[in-house]
Design a protein around this ligand. Structure first.
Ligand SMILES: [Fe+2]
Ligand SMILES: [Fe+2]
Ligand SMILES: [Fe+2]
Length: 419
């Protein structure tokens, strides 16, 4: 019924990078630009292709360990506090994904200054980490309100001040060679950089299958969930619940896998919502709710621009739509909300009500049942799905709890421990 799912690796990592930098305009494209600079330096240094690819992919996701918008902003504003923490977390997150694991140490050391490396400093890891150091530093120095060719000289001066201290002079010289072309600066600051990297960058011919998409989805779900201890296992729980319901309604093995991916990614757009709203102890104001409402819009817009994931985008992003047409933000009507999206909506409510929140403890099963039945009887949720959930409630709750316990364990050992 569904075509074989595969996506282009370059497109996938670029979209992830883009999603991580959506949070606010001063940060937009920070990681893409860092990757572009590091990639150009790697090519100029005539590194072997694999190393250039590693530097590129590390550049695209190097700040993955900065979980909240607040943390990303502090890095961007050059505050030196807690720099180490996002490098360590980033390294661990990279190690958890076989595609990213080879670049984990580059992420770990992207803020390590030249003189702090032990002699001899001629190892490839030192060189490649230093490429990223320069790329990340330079990108953060660019004034986004000033035309780039009016600030290149000032940027050179700042870099030269760091030579032989924070950055090896060899790499500063390499940068001068790369950047003497105006084209370099214009590409770097072009609003079309995404498409330039997509069409000219690495990984154009590598396709990733559904099992590997699931590996990336797992990584992304952790980044979304780990923003707050209250949501640390939410996407894992929703993925488990929606998989389970998909099996019960008789979806095929591939569709069940797709539901898992959609569940892992359903709240991807929460990357753009500040923690001050996500963790608010009481009900949201109208203005805060308006900020919150964009999260599924971004889930949809990120997933639907990764070619090949349209189905997953719909299943994941429609979980706040309602069958009576009063959901948000797409205002879909019942006939536009397909089975996968209906399952996702019920799974999201079930999982959320069972979890502790800043303003209440997780609810008992019978209270959750009452709420879902009420929503079904008012034409908000699909009564058939709600009935299937209720018929299997103990088994579903058990499997969701088990999966959330696994996620909680990872969170406690990898995130809380490093705080
Ligand atoms: Fe960083
Ligand atoms: Fe950075
Ligand atoms: Fe949501």
């Amino acid at each position: 019924m569904y075509p074989k799912i595969s996506v282009n690796l370059g497109n996938l990592v670029l979209s992830l990078s883009d999603a991580l930098d959506l949070a606010f305009s001063s940060l937009a494209m920070h990681q893409q630009r860092t990757a572009f600079i590091a990639w150009e330096l790697g090519k100029r240094a005539k590194l072997e292709e694999k190393r250039i690819e590693n530097v590129f992919i590390a550049g695209l996701l190097h700040d993955i360990g900065a979980l909240s918008i607040e943390e990303k902003k502090s890095l961007h504003d050059n505050e030196t506090t807690a720099t180490e923490q996002h490098c360590i977390r980033g390294q661990h997150l990279f190690k958890s994904n076989p595609w990213l694991a080879p670049c984990a140490d580059l992420v770990r050391y992207h803020h390590r200054g030249w003189v702090t490396w032990e002699e001899p400093r001629d190892a490839p890891e030192v060189f490649d980490s230093q490429l990223l150091f320069l790329a990340d530093y330079l990108e953060r120095q660019i004034d986004r309100k000033t035309y780039i060719l009016h600030q290149d000289q000032a940027l050179y001066s700042r870099l030269k001040e760091l030579a032989d201290k924070q950055i090896s002079s060899e790499i500063v010289d390499l940068f001068l060679e790369v950047s003497h072309r105006e084209e370099f600066w214009l590409d770097l600051t072009s609003p079309r950089l995404y498409s330039l990297l997509l069409h000219n960058g690495p990984f154009q011919t590598i396709e990733v299958d559904i099992n590997n998409i699931a590996i990336f989805a797992k990584l992304l779900s952790m980044i979304v969930d780990f923003k707050s201890p209250f949501t640390a296992t939410h996407s894992s729980g929703v993925a488990q619940c929606s998989m389970h319901l998909a099996e019960i309604v008789g979806m095929s093995e591939t569709e069940v896998k797709l539901m898992e991916v959609a569940g892992l990614l359903h709240d991807l757009g929460k990357l753009v919502v500040p923690n001050s709203i996500l963790e608010k102890p009481a009900g949201l104001t109208h203005a805060e709710m308006a900020v919150m409402k964009q999260h599924t819009y971004h889930t949809f817009s990120i997933l639907s621009t990764i070619g090949g994931l349209q189905m997953i985008a719909e299943w994941g992003a429609y979980h706040h739509e309602r069958l009576d047409g009063k959901g948000y933000p797409f205002k879909r009507e019942a006939h536009e909300i397909n089975l996968g999206a209906r399952i996702m909506a019920v799974s999201d409510i079930f999982t959320a009500l069972a979890e502790d929140r800043p303003y209440r403890k997780g609810m008992k099963t019978e209270n959750i049942i009452n709420i879902l039945q009420e929503q079904a009887s008012h034409g908000i949720q699909d009564p058939h799905i709600v009935r299937l959930l209720l018929e299997n409630i103990e088994e579903v709750r058990q499997s969701v709890t088990e999966r959330q316990e696994q996620a909680r364990h990872y969170y406690q050992t990898e995130v809380e421990k490093s705080e």
